[in-house]
Design a protein around this ligand. Structure first.
Ligand code: NAD
Length: 494
């Protein structure tokens, strides 16, 4: 059922630089993935706007007022920003879901998470500190925890507001000045967030947003010689380019990349609790989630029961436009659609059985890129469906026998982002939590609660560094050691 949120409009603004709007003179069209309609335009920033944004951030950091603001005031500023986000939550959620095709309920959850990141990091801003260190007699040694300076944030299209919140929230709380490059396919919420930041009085230059193409604005930002740290979230391929650019400038970077995350169902699992979570973990955001539970490992005695459950649950899912109350929306664009369809067609051609598939309604808008959620299995361990990130609502099911095989299959891809273990055996759960190579392991749960407080990040091809939680804040700081020689302290006076 259509709502008033169906087609929110964000007037053209340009690039958010130094507290104002800069028009680069070139624009990109904004397409709603639900039906392919044109819903607006954004700026196509390039090297020139990136230069202006980095210079503005540098001034804000070195000269102020942002860089000279006491930590508690920075924290207050971020809390005020969170309040503004909450006050505009419905508008932001509408923009987010229309821009990405995700159901409005997910858009609302994303904006809530965005506000929570600013609350979490706003509260933490004045609790970051260094230490005094044991050292030689006659010396006092200190560690100072400092911001990096100018931080660059390259953001993907799947959860723009959430990823903006977690990386920019932490960077600002630590005292950095930020330059953000949102994804060309989904920039609207971030542009509106930048405007709200201006309205609440965030000092000029602390936050700059340059929308544009990855190979223009993104590449220019990653390679800029005057940035001090890079936070990249996106694909493994682009992550490699960004890390190479960071290496050439000798700056640190965090990479939050993809995944092929396993959920492991042991025969003693509580299936009633597990199955709704298993299905949600692969269809949320139409499977375009880095932490999607895209491999389901099933202990053999459960196989038939799990297949039946999947058939029933996939049949009950509704696919449709972002404002229709559907469970699953359209994919972001044509090339993502072709990519996912390619995986599905190759799996069928390779003779892998389809366990379950959601029927597509006949009246879907013609211009939208809808893919029916589908579960395959048994999928051979070395098939691309069991090893490659599809980034669509495609579940690969693999049977296993016993704990050792479950661990071997779970660790059998180069990725390691998240895992879920479903068992009533507490000792086994703890053994697996230690043996699985993933940045987060959930026991009898998966992706619970949004995880604002929980450090998140990858092993190996899923990236390195951590975002979210207090750990994510520390990434945006570095330690300086200060050593003071003052001579030996004399005997204590009685
Ligand atoms: P992408 O790598 O294509 O794009 C990400 C960002 O990089 C965009 O802003 C894009 O414009 C920019 N970019 C593209 N080319 C660039 C270049 N040459 N130099 C600099 N920047 C460039 O990724 P995507 O398709 O937007 O997102 C999907 C991927 O992101 C998936 O692999 C997914 O798993 C991953 N992801 C990971 C996490 C996580 O936290 N681990 C979260 C969300 C998405």
């Amino acid at each position: 059922m259509a709502t008033v949120l169906a087609r929110p409009v964000l007037a053209y603004r340009g690039c958010a630089i130094d507290g104002g709007w800069v028009d680069p003179g070139r624009r990109l069209e904004v397409i709603c993935p639900s039906d392919g309609s044109l819903i607006g335009e954004i700026a196509r920033g390039s090297e020139r706007e990136i230069d202006l944004a980095v210079a503005a951030a540098r001034r804000a950091f070195e000269i102020g007022p942002w860089g000279r603001m006491p930590a508690f005031e920075r924290g207050r500023m971020l809390l005020r920003f969170a309040e503004a986000i909450r006050a505009h939550a419905e508008e932001l959620a509408g923009l987010e879901s229309c821009d990405t095709g995700k159901p409005i309920a997910q858009g609302r959850a994303d904006i809530d998470a965005c506000a929570r990141y600013f609350e979490f990091y706003g509260g933490a801003a004045d609790k970051l500190h260094g230490d005094t260190l044991p050292f030689l007699l006659g010396y006092t040694a200190l560690s100072l925890r400092e911001p990096h300076g100018v931080t660059a944030h390259i953001i993907p299209w799947n959860y723009p507001a959430q990823i903006f919140g977690r990386s920019v929230g932490a960077a600002l709380a630590a005292g950095n000045a930020c330059v953000v490059k949102p994804a060309e396919d989904a920039s609207l919420s971030i542009l509106r967030l930048a405007e709200l930041a201006f309205e609440i009085g965030l000092p000029r230059g602390a936050l700059n947003v340059v929308p544009g193409l990855g190979e223009e604005a993104g590449a220019a930002l990653a390679a800029h010689p005057d940035i001090d740290f890079l936070s990249f979230t996106g694909s493994r391929e682009v992550g490699t380019l960004v890390q190479a650019a960071a290496a050439r400038n000798h700056v640190g970077c965090t990479l939050e990349l993809g995944g092929k995350s396993p959920q492991i169902l042991f025969a003693d699992a509580d299936l009633d609790a597990a199955m709704p979570v298993v299905v949600r973990a692969i269809v949320q955001n139409a499977g375009q989630t880095c932490s999607a539970g895209s491999r389901l490992l099933v202990e053999r005695p459960l196989w038939e029961r799990v297949c039946n459950e999947l058939r029933q649950r996939f049949a009950a899912l509704r696919v449709g436009p972002h404002d229709s109350g559907a469970d699953v929306g359209a994919l972001i664009n044509r090339s993502q659609f072709e990519r996912v369809r390619g995986f599905v067609e190759r799996a069928k051609a390779d003779g892998i059985p389809v366990i379950a598939q959601t029927p597509l309604p006949a009246d879907l808008p013609a211009g939208g890129h809808y893919v029916a959620p589908i579960a395959f299995g048994p999928v051979p361990e070395d098939h691309e469906l069991a090893t490659e990130e599809v980034f669509g609502p495609v579940l690969a099911c693999l049977p296993f026998e016993g704990e050792a095989e479950a661990v071997r299959i779970a660790n059998g891809t180069p990725y390691g982002l998240v895992a879920g273990v479903w068992t009533r055996d507490g000792s086994r759960a703890l053994r697996l939590a230690r043996r699985i190579r993933a940045g987060q392991v959930f026991i009898n749960a998966y992706g619970a609660g949004g995880g604002i407080e929980l450090p998140f990040g990858g092993y190996r091809h899923s990236g390195h560094g951590r975002e979210k939680g207090f750990e994510g804040l520390l990434e945006f700081t570095r330690i300086k050691t200060v050593v003071i020689q003052h001579g030996e302290i004399g005997e204590r006076q009685p």
